[in-house]
Design a protein around this ligand. Structure first.
Ligand code: GDP
Length: 503
């Protein structure tokens, strides 16, 4: 009966995520808000972060002193502490509804940067409402006006600038403006009418997981609906168990938690995956586990060999820690599809080892490392077998590189390939004289080129104006021959580049 459930609905606090470019002050802002919060201070401070925390904000008041609290009631806000873009993207890719609201942090001294734009894109696609914090206003070289103009140009229409998106200048360092920002968040939350049904079966999502030596599988979860009680059976798609220990974000044991509250639970029989939703009950975890296990088997089809149907690309995933690995795994798996099947042969935490390199060699696969270094033993094997390794510290760069790699694999092989040994004249990019050796197929005069540098990234295109063999012009040059050519290209060619003939 809808009327009855509508009557049961209660207001719940907003769950807020902070996004923006690296170094723009996300961590500093989250730390300031956490430390300035009276409730946390009264509770003896927060010893260990569990990936999320809750504050009580007094609209119009000053949380750092607690003084001058207005008559307004304190209102709760939950902040998701650690994930950054990667976990947020990972959760989104699984369809999980994570944050109700976001703060987009833009440093006044730098303005809009790549990851600011990526964050805007993610927020738009996930339809997550957000407020803008223009940070570092204490810096003398900060230019708030410029930041606002850049936001407008990026389609983020701010209040007072023809739009509805609230913004505030802040200094995460001094705390200036942070209080007003929290007021804005509560105002935006009001517009969203965030509610829950206390009597509904509990549900929410998994924010972080880790294994504690003494306590076993720990998971930070955030309740979205219903009430979570100690002793409840809960499950995700891949794991389940009984909530044996339930702690709030301050590490205090509690018997139940209402929505938007972050909690640390012990009781999952194995680690659930970051970003998964959980529900009340035991679910069909065993069956799902079997399915999951089969994905980890070494597949029959590997890259490099022509087979029936689309070729499967084998991947070995490595990351610096469990949370990053979960995020990486979710994002990379989401890049595959029927035409471009991906198979994760193995995923693990740590440096890229010789074991990983060997697995890549035997499966014909590639290694994808997120914040993982290559150890020395692995390096030799990787070089000797030309194993494709893609690593980055930044998830977006990594995903981009993997996508480029996948596009590259989809292309038919080049008709010819020339390795550039020397560049003779580059006075004009449209008339570059280069010399090299044909290492594959046949190079033909007047052909179109792709210019590949380093690990196989196409960095430009061009056209052969004229192909020469020693002194005379020729129509073509076969594998093994040296040839000179006049090339018109949009980039400057360098020795070591490879020129691929593309028709
Ligand atoms: P994140 O990568 O977005 O989490 O950025 P951080 O919070 O780590 O901040 C990057 C750097 O900027 C650190 O050195 C901070 O101390 C500094 N920073 C952050 N917020 C402010 C601010 O409001 N004013 C000034 N002057 N420095 C800030």
């Amino acid at each position: 009966m809808p009327e009855k459930s509508a009557q049961n609905l209660k207001e719940r606090p907003p769950i807020v995520v902070v996004m923006g470019h690296v170094d723009h002050g996300k961590t500093t802002l989250l730390d300031y808000i956490r430390k300035a919060n009276v409730a946390a201070k009264e509770a003896g401070g927060i010893t260990q972060s569990i990936g999320a925390y809750e504050i009580i904000h007094y609209p119009g008041g000053d949380p750092s002193t607690g003084s001058g609290r207005p008559s307004a009631e304190g209102r709760k806000i939950t902040f998701i502490d650690t994930p950054g873009h990667e976990a947020f993207s990972a959760m989104r890719s699984r369809g999980a509804h994570v944050a109700d609201l976001a703060i987009l942090v833009v440093a006044a001294d730098e303005g809009l940067k790549t990851q600011t734009k990526e964050a805007i894109d993610i927020l738009r696609k996930s339809e997550t409402p957000f407020v803008v914090a223009i940070n570092k206003i204490d810096k003398t070289n900060g230019d708030v006006e410029k930041a606002k103009n850049e936001l407008t140009a990026a389609g983020v229409l701010l209040e007072g600038y023809g739009g509805q998106i609230s913004w505030h200048g802040v200094s995460a360092k001094t705390g200036d403006g942070v209080n007003d920002l929290l007021d804005l968040i509560l105002l935006s939350a009001e517009v969203e009418h965030l509610t829950y049904d206390p009597s509904a079966p509990v549900s929410g999502f998994v924010l972080e997981t880790r294994v504690d030596r003494q306590r076993g599988s720990e998971a930070t979860i955030i309740v979205r609906n219903g009430t979570l009680k100690r002793g409840d059976m809960i499950h995700t798609e891949t794991a389940g168990g009984k909530v044996k220990i339930l702690e709030n974000f301050l590490g205090k044991t509690v018997s139940e938690l209402a929505p938007s509250a972050p909690a640390l639970i012990i009781g999952f029989e194995r680690l659930p995956r970051v970003g998964e939703e959980f529900s009340f009950g035991l679910g069909s975890v065993t069956l799902q586990d079997e399915k999951r296990g089969s994905r980890l088997q070494v597949p029959k089809v590997v890259t490099g060999k022509k087979g029936e149907g689309p070729q499967v690309l084998n991947l070995i995933l490595k990351a610096s820690d469990a949370g990053s690995l979960e995020a990486l795994s979710l994002i990379i798996r989401s890049l595959g599809n029927d035409k471009r099947p991906l198979n994760v042969v193995e995923e693990s935490v740590g440096e890229i080892s010789d074991g990983d390199a060997r697995l890549a060699v035997t499966t014909g696969g590639a290694i994808i490392g997120f914040r993982s270094k290559i150890d020395k033993g692995a390096k030799n094997l990787i070089d000797a077998h030309a194993v494709r390794v893609i690593t980055s510290e930044i998830i977006y760069d990594l995903v981009k590189a993997v996508e480029d790699f996948l596009h590259e694999l989809e292309k038919p092989p080049a008709a010819g390939e020339l390795e550039v040994l020397a560049v003779f004249n580059q006075a004009k990019p449209d008339k570059q004289l280069v010399g090299g050796r044909v290492i594959l197929g046949i190079m033909k005069g007047k052909g179109n080129l792709e210019i590949v540098r380093g690990e196989g990234t196409v960095i430009g295109t061009g056209k052969i104006l004229n192909l020469r063999d020693k002194k005379s012009d020729v129509i073509q040059a076969e594998k093994g021959k040296e040839a000179g050519m006049l090339v018109n290209s949009n980039i400057l060619i360098a020795p070591g580049d490879r020129l691929l003939l593309r028709g």
